[in-house]
Ligand binder design. Structure first.
Ligand code: ATP
Length: 190
């Protein structure tokens, strides 16, 4: 199977993430999409970052019964901070029958050269890129890069957290099951 990996903090997951994941799973040749939840970086301030397993749980709730999308906690057990190239090496060893591709917004292409071993990454993996602005980054010329026009929503986890912190509703910004869970919890409310 060809699996698209969509990395993020998902702090919390919102419908912007899920629309991209579902688009990639249904409008491209990817068979599945895994939402890879990044662990807390022990060197970074944790103030507004919910615990790893809370964020993973919310991602699972958000995916619901969609069999094309899965949550992955693979990075929780890897050395931190986790670099994509190392996570990929680990995944390829663990799942030798799968092919892995990376899903990212076109804004990420501009800074890809700062990633650990980015040339190796690009030489060995396909990048499924969704356009986030009309400009096409130079790296889009690379044969490993495929550009898609997915529906875009101007939503961020920062905005969702800010709503929760100030007691505003996040209904419809996150999937219903995530909304209900958040309503009954203290997450992101200080
Ligand atoms: P924060 O506001 O906390 O920085 P975020 O909403 O950007 O979070 P991340 O967990 O950092 O969420 O996102 C994971 C990936 O999803 C990143 O590559 C990010 O660029 C992308 N992404 C985030 N929000 C959207 C959106 N509304 N539409 C498309 N892609 C998004």
């Amino acid at each position: 199977m060809k699996i698209g990996l969509f990395f993020g903090s998902f702090n919390p997951v919102h419908i912007g993430h899920l629309i991209i994941a579902n688009f990639m799973a249904t409008h491209t040749d990817l068979d599945r999409v895994w939402l890879v939840v990044s662990p807390q970086n022990p060197l970074k301030p944790k103030k507004s970052l919910a615990r790893d397993y809370d964020r993973l749980h919310l991602v699972r709730l958000g995916i619901g019964d969609n069999s094309l999308i899965e949550a992955s906690n693979i990075e929780f057990s890897l050395p931190k901070p986790s670099y994509t190239v190392d996570t990929l090496a680990h995944l390829k060893e663990k799942y030798p029958d799968h092919e892995f591709a990376l899903i990212m917004g076109s804004d990420n292409l501009d800074t890809l050269h700062l990633w650990k071993h980015y040339e190796f990454l690009l030489a060995n993996n396909d990048l499924y890129v969704y356009k986030r602005s009309p400009e096409i980054p130079t790296l889009a010329q690379n044969p490993r890069v495929r550009i898609f026009e997915a529906p875009l929503l101007d939503i961020s986890a920062t905005y969702v957290r800010e709503c929760l912190r100030t007691g505003k509703s996040v209904r419809y910004l996150v999937p219903d099951a995530v909304f209900e869970y958040l309503e009954g919890s203290n997450l992101y409310r200080d």
